[in-house]
Design a protein around this ligand. Structure first.
Ligand SMILES: *Cc1c(COP(=O)(O)O)cnc(C)c1O
Length: 393
């Protein structure tokens, strides 16, 4: 089907939440490349917003998902599900979590995290229900996660918002301390803010936040929906810091594109959920959890996390060697990369790269956002850097 035809049907029948999209539709993919029906090749340096970390058409992953589709897709959690148990164990084995609950998206995992923090105190008869998050954060598009997202543009049409959520500036400990009340049940933050353009929490800040939570009996939640699963050069972003969260959430790369979210918690807080307190029809179904297991298998077999760390360093070295005066700052952890540019320039560069068949992201015209598949090689990076150089010229 011709792109124009898809566009005209979409325009008529799809809700207009995405406006004018980038004018291309992909038919298949292999590794870090995507292809249109006509066979035009695009280099994917955005990985479907940090989702397809194993790239497209990954052999082992595809075979495992295909096999599961042929066997069984869904039963509901009324029955035991082998891979649901095994994937939960696998996440616990490599993290501070003792228990996991599977959802279908990042927003839903974060909803679960906020509910768990509230019910943890409710069950103890302690009246604590307020949540503090950061400005410029992104936690999802459901009503509660929109309220948690510290960006007025996402909140304005949906007022009144879910109450009890306040926001403070990232890396401003005094502001956070001042926002805490005796009703504060949780502080939720991204170790690296993704959607707003790669803003990183300082180690000293996180140490103080952790201490504050310990002293004031507050649950610390890390939203690792984007940073989780190797993106930052460790399996989870908190492992690049000196602190541990009580709860963290995952989603984007956990299923390499098969929708799955995870709410992961230490035992003391996980105990807050008892039979009937939370649930969902699809969460952790046989297909989604088989996909998650296949992602872990590939990560182990191919040393994906080590590659993300090494390629992140290599990328930064190469981009700095360009010496472009237009790149005023490189913000990065692992392969979560933001290139700061003069206002408007990043949008132009993104457009030029698209014309050259390279996909990247852009925040507000000033930050080029690059989230390549974690399987990327030095040769791929060299190729991208030369294309970036051309786009900057
Ligand atoms: C993408 C994202 C979400 C929302 O995930 P969805 O699957 O789109 O609901 C939440 N938090 C962070 C940090 C994200 O990057």
């Amino acid at each position: 089907m011709k792109l124009e035809e898809i566009m005209s049907i979409d325009e008529k029948h799809y809700m207009n939440t995405f406006g004018k999209r980038t004018p291309v539709a992909f038919d298949h993919g292999k590794g870090i490349y995507l292809y249109t029906e006509e066979g035009e090749e695009y280099m994917d340096m955005f990985a479907g917003i940090a989702v397809t970390s194993l790239g497209h058409g990954h052999e082992g992953f595809t075979a495992a998902v295909q096999e599961q589709v042929g066997k069984l897709i869904h039963t509901s959690s009324l029955y035991y599900i082998k891979n649901q148990a095994l994937l939960a164990k696998r996440i616990c084995d490599c993290s501070v979590a003792d228990r996991v609950y599977f959802a279908n998206s990042g927003a839903e995992a974060n909803e679960g995290a906020m509910k768990l923090a509230k019910i943890y105190f409710y069950k103890q008869g302690i009246e604590k229900y307020e949540i503090i998050t950061l400005n410029s954060s992104f936690h999802g598009r459901t009503l509660a996660t929109v309220a948690a997202t510290g960006q007025p543009k996402y909140q304005k049409p949906y007022k009144p918002l879910v109450p009890g959520i306040s926001h403070v500036e990232i890396n401003d400990f005094e502001a956070l301390e001042a926002a805490v009340t005796d009703k504060t049940c949780a502080i939720m933050l991204e170790v690296v803010q993704g959607e707003s353009g790669v803003h990183i929490c300082d180690d000293e800040y996180l140490i103080k936040v952790r201490k504050l939570c310990d002293e004031k009996n507050i649950i610390l939640i890390f939203d690792e929906v984007q940073t989780g699963m190797g993106r930052t050069g460790e399996m989870f972003a908190y492992q690049t810091t000196p602190v541990e969260p009580d709860i963290f959430t995952l989603a984007k790369a956990l299923g390499n594109g098969v929708p799955i979210g995870a709410l992961c918690a230490k035992e003391f807080v996980a105990k807050g959920f008892e039979p009937g307190d939370h649930g969902g029809t699809f969460g952790g179904n046989p297909l989604a959890t088989a996909a998650g297991m296949a992602v872990f298998d590939a990560f182990e077999k191919e040393n994906i996390v080590e590659n993300a760390r090494a390629m992140g360093d290599y990328f930064e070295e190469k981009v700095k060697a360009l010496g472009s005066p237009e790149i005023t700052e490189v913000r990065r952890k692992g392969l979560m990369i933001g290139l700061q540019m003069p206002e408007g320039r990043a949008a132009e560069v993104q457009k030029k790269l698209f014309t050259d068949h390279v996909l990247v992201g852009c925040v507000g015209g000033h930050t080029l956002r690059i989230l390549p598949p974690l399987i990327i090689t030095k040769a791929d990076i060299d190729k991208f850097i030369s294309k970036l150089e051309a786009a900057l010229a």
